[in-house]
Design a protein around this ligand. Structure first.
Ligand SMILES: [Ca+2]
Ligand SMILES: [Ca+2]
Length: 187
């Protein structure tokens, strides 16, 4: 299956499209047009059916690299984006996700965007993508292109558990609330 560029609101049944899919990687890459470094952060909010974190540790980000069930791991903070390929990664094993978790929200935010006056407009070749770890196949990709230039964060999408199958819903919602804004909404 060729990689597809996500359209806002489009949904895929991952379990049906990729029956062998167990481990996924969400990769974020970026480069600067010029100037000082910009620090993008990928985060995952693992939510119960009430739309909240079952415990704070189900918020996986640069300061909490692993969910309590061991299913979701962050490979560590990258503060510059220097270099090719995925600069920051989140790995998820769909089979290990705690039964209470019904949805995993994936967001990318810019660290201290307000103070540093940063936005996606400073970046080039910025993307977020979803990859099958076993086959290395890129399932979904989303360019953080010019349409996000005035924003400092983006809700990439949601993995949703429906009848024990995992679906991915593309959000593509730009915002300026920062990581703290997301935390306040889901903790
Ligand atoms: Ca970072
Ligand atoms: Ca890079």
């Amino acid at each position: 299956m060729a990689s597809i560029t996500l359209k806002k609101g489009s949904a895929f049944n991952l379990s049906k499209k990729e029956p062998s899919l167990q481990k996924i990687m969400i990769g974020v890459g970026w480069e600067l047009k010029s100037g000082n470094s910009v620090d993008l952060d990928a985060s995952a909010f693992m939510l119960g059916d009430n739309g909240k974190l079952p415990a704070n540790e189900y918020f996986v980000f640069y300061n909490n690299l692993k969910s309590p069930d061991g299913s979701v791991k962050h490979t560590g903070d990258n503060r510059t984006g220097i270099g090719d390929g995925d600069d920051e990664m989140i790995l998820a094993n769909l089979n290990l996700i705690d039964k209470r978790v019904q949805e995993i929200l994936i967001v990318v935010t810019i660290h201290e965007a307000m103070v540093r006056r940063h936005s996606f407009g400073l970046l080039q070749d910025a993307y977020i993508r979803l990859v099958d770890v076993e086959t290395k196949r890129e399932i979904l990709t989303y360019d953080l292109d010019d349409s996000f230039s005035k924003y400092t964060d983006v809700e990439f999408g949601k993995l949703q558990r429906i009848d024990n199958e995992w679906h991915f819903v593309a959000s593509g919602i730009g915002g300026t609330k920062g990581l703290e804004g997301y935390v306040n909404a889901y903790e």
